[in-house]
Design a protein around this ligand. Structure first.
Ligand SMILES: *Cc1c(COP(=O)(O)O)cnc(C)c1O
Length: 366
């Protein structure tokens, strides 16, 4: 697979590697990898690359994982100029380590950067950063069922300046956290709270960028969802059309087999969604990306036109939706088998158990 146009390929960066002398012992690591909890344990190293308006991308490093020192006036702390990505590394049965469609994450990081007035990291450097971290921390990729190493690339404005303009000094980092299966004992249907008082994004806003601010805006409605006894929250746009969950896209399955997913410039374009829809097309399903009014959802479920609803994203892969609850109503959602079949097929590809016909995998440890 050619991820990158070789004629325009950049020379690789020369990373300076500083080994962590206090790295976790192999025995302690095995213990940590037995049942890792998402986002609580991190590997021994991290990658960082500096950017400045004058010098461009420079000082690529692999160094011991640890606190970052920031000037209290660093722009990110005041104006939220920050973006991130989420991607996983999977261990195959033969021990090799692979990641999934990293070119797509690299391009999305560039699109997010453009919207947040941050510099665009070349996709080659993005992919190289994943390889550099795996080169030192490959042993942290777990081998248990449905386990993986979650990779978290992020970029922020570190210039110490309180004026409001794009920062002239920026840092890119990559950290990694081993994760266990998202759903223990099979994917359970989730309940969703319809947020009517709050939005996560607006027309012309930052909804299509993977930026912390969108998540900050989703925390209060997410807390409301918990108060209502729901697992997740779903957002509408200003026209009452369905957008997405706080961190997952949504897909509707119709009784004629068509898959429909909302499209608008305030939705984060998920790579999991794109991949599941491609697998559905491969099986002969029609796929529509278009506006989905809330009324279409509720009426479709009531009439039986909609036969399945599911959420999707890198962390959970696929989460069937069992209930939609809002002010004064609670609609049980129909559950079928397609969501879980697509989930199985996608994870089979990711873990090397099914043929990768689209060339989505990239081996990281060779
Ligand atoms: C990351 C994210 C998704 C899912 O994207 P994937 O590429 O499938 O992981 C969906 N919605 C939001 C808001 C996100 O930040």
């Amino acid at each position: 697979m050619t991820l990158i146009d070789s004629e325009n390929a950049l020379a690789p960066l020369e990373f300076a590697v500083t080994k962590n002398l206090a790295a976790v012992s192999p025995a302690a690591r095995e213990e940590l990898l037995r049942d890792p909890v998402f986002g609580t344990t991190f590997t021994d190293h991290m990658v960082d690359i500096c950017w400045s308006a004058r010098g461009g991308w420079h000082r690529p490093r692999v160094q011991p994982y640890g606190p970052i020192s920031l000037d209290p006036a660093a722009a990110v702390l005041h104006y939220g100029q920050e973006i991130f990505e989420g991607i996983k590394a999977y261990r195959h049965a033969d021990g090799s380590i692979h990641t999934f469609r990293p070119d797509q994450n690299g391009r999305r990081l560039q699109r997010s950067a453009r919207r947040l007035a941050l510099p665009e990291l070349p996709v080659e450097y993005f992919i190289q950063s994943l390889r550099e971290l795996i080169a030192v921390d490959g042993d942290w990729v777990p081998s248990g069922a449905d386990q993986s190493l979650y990779l978290r690339p992020f970029m922020f404005a570190k210039e110490a300046f309180l004026g409001v303009r794009p920062a002239n000094k920026v840092a890119y980092y990559l950290i990694a956290s081993p994760v266990a299966a998202y759903f223990k004992g099979g994917a359970k249907p989730v309940s969703i709270w319809l947020s009517e008082d709050y939005a996560r994004a607006g027309k012309g806003g930052t909804g299509a960028a993977k930026t912390g601010g969108n998540y900050a805006a989703s925390l209060l409605p997410q807390a409301e969802a918990y108060e209502q006894g729901c697992d997740q929250v779903v957002f509408l746009d200003q026209d009452g059309d369905v957008e997405e969950l706080g961190g997952m896209n949504i897909v509707f399955v119709y009784k004629d087999g068509t898959l429909v997913t909302p499209q608008s410039d305030s939705i984060l374009e998920g790579i999991t969604r794109d991949s599941l829809l491609q697998l559905a097309r491969d099986r002969g399903h029609a796929v529509e990306e278009r506006r989905v009014p809330l009324s279409e959802w509720r009426e479709g479920v009531a009439s039986g036109d909609i036969v399945e609803v599911f959420a999707c994203g890198t962390a959970a892969v696929v989460a069937p939706i069992g209930t939609l609850k809002g002010k004064g109503f609670e609609d049980a959602q129909p559950t079928g088998t397609l969501a879980l079949e697509l989930r199985q097929h996608l994870t089979d590809i990711q873990y090397g158990r099914a043929e990768d016909t689209h060339g989505w995998l990239l081996r990281l440890d060779a």
